[in-house]
Design a protein. Sequence first.
Length: 70
Amino acid sequence: MQLPSNIDDLFTQTHEGFPAVKLKSAGEAISVENALGRANLSYRTKITRNKKHGRTFVILLVNPEPTHAV
């Protein structure tokens, strides 16, 4: 997964009232988590499982800050 230069561009959805991105693979989730760590942003990762869609990684921005470059 190629990350955008502005990490905030990934978070186009909301989950539990927080900006969120939903990913299908663990590798993509780790890449996004590493980018958030480098940008010093607080985040939370949830893993959901169901029979129809399989495993989904949901990364939530806990304290979103405006505009952060990767």
